[in-house]
Design a binder for this molecule. Structure first.
Ligand code: FAD
Length: 402
């Protein structure tokens, strides 16, 4: 381990490893280090399927060491401070590392504190989530042992990672309840802080038909603000069509909670964040080049970035080549030319064997990979989500090949 690296990458998740793998093919891996304390790497998109018992959650977990590109140093510490004016970062053991170029790939933070009562209620009395690895089994157990009553699935204000997952788990739960023969004794509510079930009209239209068909009640502009886990009550901030705001308490028997999300604290407290506007608090990068707006030797990738896309691993697959190409240009003192078009993809799991593959870019532009009606439920897209995409992730993306 050295005190100075040509390129320092913060975070060894989807964005950090994809970038490192691509860079290590273009420059000497000895000039690169990754800082991340996590010894496990997760393919989080499988948590939705594991939460519904389709596959064991362990299928989503690998040893981080197996994905650090050969020759790249892995500094197993947390980043505790960013000092971009001095090209320095500090780590949990008090190390100061310096760099010529920095890639920030620190993901995001689940802001549980914004829903008082939620974190401590998790895993008991019908409160579950697929957004934490250690809660995925509990979610499966709660869905399978549910005996009827009111089941609420919540969606916080965006941005969040995989904005489709809060409803995917609900459609799978609906199927579990039907198979158990308890669906007619159950009421399913989808309580979203947003104004519609999905941000892109063509998919919102298709999903509205799905919730109608499945007899799910859609509650828009219902933001979960607190949970009383002992008494099984949830409070929502409700905004009516006239803009009047009130609080509504709903009793539940099961609640799947997705918390609001924000940039990791070390980023939020640094001078690297956007100060104003929709992306306030997220890493301030140009939405096309992914270069930092004030520090040209810094780039961002993945969930941490303040760009108006949908935060997914699929987005990172398209961002990684752009970040690497632009970083190499800046190293050669050239202008960054590569552009990210905002691509993101969300395989909307409607049930076992049924997926609508939503693919879109900035401003809601549809960017389908296949010449097919993108709003249609397909078994082929289920096979893609269940079998092909995990392989593409482990063997392609994380190896810098896809
Ligand atoms: P991460 O992969 O989360 O990595 C961040 C890394 O930073 C971690 O390794 C962490 O240890 C490290 N880190 C954090 N803080 C520090 C620190 N202070 N110092 C050092 N290291 C630190 N995407 C899809 O494309 N399709 C899907 O179907 C899909 N479904 C999803 C379902 C669920 C339930 C969830 C939770 C996510 C889903 N996603 C999906 C989203 C996808 O997993 C994320 O967008 C992606 O993993 C983000 O990658 P990242 O590199 O930005 O962050």
């Amino acid at each position: 381990m050295k005190a100075h690296y040509k390129i320092l990458i913060l975070g060894a998740g989807s964005g950090g490893i994809s970038s490192a793998a691509r860079l290590a093919k273009q420059i000497s891996p000895k000039d690169i280090a990754i800082v991340d304390p996590a010894i496990k790497h997760y393919y989080q998109p499988l948590w939705t399927l594991s939460g519904a018992g389709v596959l064991p959650k362990q299928e989503s977990e690998r040893n981080q060491i197996d994905y650090i590109p050969q020759g790249v140093d892995w500094i197993q510490e947390s980043v505790t401070r960013l000092n971009p004016k001095a090209n320095e970062v500090e780590t949990s053991s008090g190390l100061t590392l310096t760099y010529d170029f920095l890639i920030v790939a620190l993901g995001l933070r689940l802001a549980w504190e914004k829903i008082p009562g939620a974190k401590k209620a998790l895993g008991k009395n019908g409160v579950c989530t697929i957004y934490e690895y250690d809660q995925v089994d509990k979610t499966e157990e709660m869905l399978k042992t549910f005996t009827g009553g009111t089941a609420i699935f919540t969606m916080p204000p965006v941005p969040i990672k995989c904005a489709g997952a809060p409803q995917k788990i609900m459609y799978l739960a609906d199927e579990i309840f039907r198979k158990k023969g308890i669906r007619n004794q159950s009421k399913i509510l989808f309580a979203t802080a947003g104004k519609a079930i999905f941000g892109i009209p063509v998919f919102a239209e298709a999903l509205t038909k799905v919730v109608q068909r499945k007899e799910i009640e859609l509650l828009v502009q219902h933001q979960l603000i607190s949970i009383d886990g002992t008494n099984k009550k949830a409070v929502f901030k409700v905004t009516d069509p006239a803009g009047q705001v009130s609080n509504q308490e709903i009793k539940y028997d099961l609640i799947h909670v997705v918390p609001p999300m924000s940039a990791p604290t070390v980023v939020a407290e640094s001078e690297l964040v956007e100060k104003e506007g929709d992306q306030k608090g997220w890493l301030s990068v140009d939405k096309f080049t992914l270069q930092h707006k004030s520090f040209p030797n810094i780039f961002g990738i993945g969930d941490v970035t303040g760009v108006p896309n949908s935060k997914t691993g699929a987005a990172i697959r398209k961002q990684a080549p752009v970040v690497v190409e632009n970083l190499l240009s800046v190293m050669r003192k050239e202008e960054p030319q590569a552009k990210y078009d905002g691509y993101s993809s969300c395989p909307l799991v409607i049930g076992i064997g049924k997926v609508i593959l939503a693919e879109f870019g900035y401003d809601g532009k549809l960017l389908p990979s296949f010449p097919l009606n993108p709003a249609k439920e397909r078994r082929s897209m289920w096979l893609l989500k269940r079998y092909l995409l995990p392989k593409l992730y482990w063997h392609g993306m994380l190896r810098g090949l896809a």
